[in-house]
Design a protein around this ligand. Sequence first.
Ligand code: 13P
Length: 249
Amino acid sequence: MIIAANWKMNPTLDVAGGLALALTARHFAPVTRLLFAPHPYLVPMSVRLGGSDVRLGGQDCHQDTVGAHTGDVSAAMLRDCGASVVLLGHSERRADHGESSALVAAKAAQALAHDLDVVICLGESLDERRTGRAEQIVIDQLHASLPKEFPEGRVMIAYEPVWAIGTGEVASVTDIAAMHAAITSELPKSKNGHMPPPILYGGSVNAENAASIFSVDHVGGALVGGASLDAAAFDSICDSARLQMLKSG
Ligand code: 13P
């Protein structure tokens, strides 16, 4: 299981330092923890995380290698700042910056070429769910957001229904199971015996609901926003993931 903290544009540097320190204080092996920190904090967080098992990631990167793109950051810059993974196509970037799935695929190709693993985010709006189009929308996003070719073991998927992000509303375990099964069936099968890309669930995951979400088939972990800003809540989510892993052997 993979548990990823997405701090978004939230913590001050002081708060971020405290949270990073808390991440290093406990271990949840065999759970993999990822931390998507704001770009200006990557270097200080990589120092804080030191030799810990928490992998550091950026929250976006540009699709070009280098160039006149004021305010953007390249995949190579993220690498230089200590990141080994990048979050791409988050619904907030799709909404705030008009990012299309084709752009997400180009960013993913760029990140992979620079040795960054990628987490590609997908998710339907409330209107799309209400009108029964959720699965088709997410599957279309999946195919359009994945680069044409990608090395096995380097891509993760995060399913985050837009209406569940930051709202306290969580998709039902039935809906999560159906969507994760649909995504799984569309992912390319491994040719080299690798595990298929893990599918994380995101959207109001917290200490109370994590265990039930992790017990759902094809849920490979969580992408956590609000609760990742609370060290105890995040630890508790990681612990639920660890217990689920031990349970399922
Ligand atoms: P919340 O956990 O705050 O709902 O955010 C989810 C999310 O967007 C993580 O990327």
